[in-house]
Design a protein around this ligand. Structure first.
Ligand SMILES: [Zn+2]
Ligand SMILES: [Zn+2]
Length: 308
């Protein structure tokens, strides 16, 4: 399995490499190269990584339209792909839209499939699909316990500070974080040294990708202002069901593929939404992201791996 997967990465995947270089961050691409091995396996560029983790996004369990009639099956493929890595990630992040309609049965199915992961530790933030109808009640019941009944949380891992934000609060076209959470964020990072590496994960992009389609967060500037003093901030998002990245000062933004269905490139269609592609191409536009973190050298690499 992993050999097949690696060959595909050579063709379609890419390594994005962020290196500390004096006062700024340098972003470089190297096509194909990381494909030899994935997820921190030995003898490759990711070998010296202090740890790795995987991002899954937009599994949309319950979706059943022509763009993908088997979202359970494609999520299972993502699980198989993660399990196949020689060196397992330290944990998994799910960046929202776990379900399509926030139904109990959909959350059940999601949990059932993710129980198959070898690495059991999964951190969640909600997408707008997970909180519609019941204001996130079911989501909080199931996933809010470690966060004290909230939909946002933070934790530390190997000296890196991880912050999970819910920016699906009071959606009005664009994503929104809201005053309560921004205040919490300020308190959360207040005691951290500026040299602490920060990883933020949230569903809707924290940079303005395409506001016409709601692909941005209206108060993201306030959140980023709170994080401004940190030398290395990585922001991982979902929601747009495709890979995009940007570097702005010390902040690197990255969005992941969905495991359910692709969406059109910004502005390339009359509206956002599930995009039907030929069946044989579907698994090439779905996937996961793995992040290898090399704390000693401030080196962080994101590898986007399609499911096929
Ligand atoms: Zn989605
Ligand atoms: Zn979404």
């Amino acid at each position: 399995m992993s050999l097949k997967l690696d060959q595909k990465v050579d063709r379609r995947g890419f390594l994005k490499c962020m290196q500390w270089a004096g006062a700024g961050l340098v972003w470089s691409f190297s096509g194909g190269v990381p494909g030899s091995r994935l997820l921190g396996a030995p003898n490759d560029k990711t070998k010296a990584a202090d740890f790795s983790f995987v991002q899954i996004s937009d599994s949309h369990i319950g979706f059943n339209k022509p763009a993908n009639a088997d979202v359970n099956g494609t999520l299972q493929l993502a699980v198989d792909q993660i399990n196949a890595a020689i060196q397992q990630p330290d944990f998994i992040l799910h960046t929202g839209d776990l379900t399509h309609l926030a139904k109990a049965s959909e959350f059940d199915t999601l949990e059932q499939i993710l129980k198959g992961l070898r690495q059991k530790e999964v951190f969640y933030v909600p997408g707008e699909h997970d909180v519609t109808g019941d204001d996130g009640k079911l989501f909080i019941e199931r996933f809010g316990k470690p966060a004290g009944g909230k939909t946002w949380q933070s934790f530390d891992h190997q000296g890196v500070h991880f912050i999970g934000l819910n920016n699906c609060v009071q959606l009005e076209g664009l994503g929104a974080i809201g005053a309560e959470q921004l205040e919490w964020l300020g308190r959360d990072v207040a005691g951290l040294a500026a040299s602490t590496s920060i990883v933020v994960f949230a569903h809707i992009p924290l940079w303005s990708i395409y506001p016409e389609w709601g692909w941005g967060t209206k108060d993201s500037a306030q959140a980023l202002a709170i994080l401004k003093r940190f030398g290395s901030v990585t922001v991982l998002n979902g929601h747009i069901h495709q890979v995009m990245q940007k570097v702005e000062g010390n902040v690197t933004f990255h969005t992941a593929m969905s495991t359910a269905f692709p969406q059109p490139a910004p502005g390339s269609a009359p509206a956002a939404g599930p995009m039907k592609v030929p069946a044989e191409r579907l698994r090439q536009v779905l996937g996961i992201s793995s992040v290898n973190f090399q704390a000693g050298t401030h080196h962080l690499a994101v590898v986007d791996t399609p499911l096929a």
